[in-house]
Design a protein around this ligand. Structure first.
Ligand SMILES: O=c1ccn([C@@H]2O[C@H](COP(=O)(O)O)[C@@H](O)[C@H]2O)c(=O)[nH]1
Length: 298
């Protein structure tokens, strides 16, 4: 089943066969039998697929093969990689940018993801309490995400509505991968950089055991420091591939012996080919990354 005959073609349309299989049918749905919290779910996916790789779903219509829509594209990527990943991370921006259809497409994609593979909604939310409550309802109740990224800038009350969803994962931006991340995150706060204060706060807020940190792969030294000071917090690590972060250092500095750490790669996987073989190419890219991660962990 993995990847199916992802390289095969429909004779009439020349589209990868894997598309049809996965568009028409929901994939495996196992978690409906036993309710699971986020950590249990991602731990199960990690062990089952022997993978700490999260594939990011950041679909840009201009980069899709001709004639392929966003929903078809994302479903095909999922269909071709779901046995190789521990999670998917759709970034809400790319769906909002589609206009009125974007929300529906995002919801459909989350629904179509195999239930044993968690979906981390990259939304970077953070607002006053009642607005944060609405954001949390939107991510978890309406869209059905398993986890969400949040921005800590507005403080605890802006995150509390998310934290109260005990079965969901909350990844707090700590040391991000972008070039300007040092502007604020490295500011000295009484002898510690701000990102370290954020990491310490998050640890102290983790009463429900559902918090983690976002730490960019482009900051390997900071990643090491944060991992050493917070060995039990899950880290979501974006920035490998297109942003130039080192996969090896991300794994060695960010993932614990128990496998606590998620390496996200988006463009390098989903745009591995610009042709109609994109799903098969994404599978090859994900397989290579998954295996490289495992070699660095060994
Ligand atoms: O610090 C951060 C936080 C989030 N991201 C997001 O992750 C992906 C990375 O995409 P690539 O194509 O693998 O570079 C994207 O959705 C970002 O918004 C991040 O890169 N850094």
């Amino acid at each position: 089943m993995p990847g199916l005959d992802a390289t095969c073609r429909e004779e009439s349309t020349n589209k990868p066969k894997v598309l049809e299989h996965n568009i028409l049918k929901p994939l495996i749905h196992t978690a409906s039998i036993v309710p699971m919290n986020f950590l249990t779910k991602i731990g199960g996916a990690r062990r089952h697929n022997e993978s700490c790789l999260c594939v990011g779903l950041d679909p840009e219509p201009a980069r899709l093969p001709e004639g392929v829509g966003v929903e078809e594209f994302c479903r095909a990527i999922i269909g071709a990689t779901y046995d190789l990943v521990c999670a998917y991370k759709p970034n809400i921006a790319f769906f909002e940018a589609l206009g009125p259809d974007g929300w529906r497409i995002l919801k459909n994609i989350i629904e179509a993801t195999p239930r044993n593979i968690p979906v981390i909604l990259d939304a970077k939310r953070g607002d006053i309490g009642n607005t944060a409550k609405a954001y949390a309802r939107s991510a978890f109740d309406e869209l059905g995400a398993d986890a969400v990224t949040v921005n800590p800038y507005m403080g605890y009350d802006s995150l509390e509505p998310f934290i109260e969803y005990k079965d969901k994962g909350i990844f707090v931006l700590c040391r991000t991968s972008n070039p300007g991340s040092a502007d604020f995150q490295s500011l000295d706060c009484g002898g510690k950089p701000l990102y370290q204060v954020v990491a310490d706060k998050v640890e102290s807020w983790n009463k429900n055991g559902n918090l983690g940190l976002v730490v960019g792969a482009t900051q390997p030294d900071e990643l090491k420091t944060i991992r050493e000071s917070h060995p039990t917090l899950p880290l979501l690590i974006p920035g490998v591939g297109s942003q130039g972060g080192s996969l090896e250092l991300s794994v060695k500095n960010g993932i614990t012996e128990e496998g606590l750490g998620i390496i996200n790669v988006s463009r390098q996987v989903i745009y591995a080919s610009s042709g109609l073989d994109y799903a098969a190419a994404a599978r090859s890219a994900a397989l290579k990354l998954r295996d490289e991660i495992n070699r660095f962990l060994a």
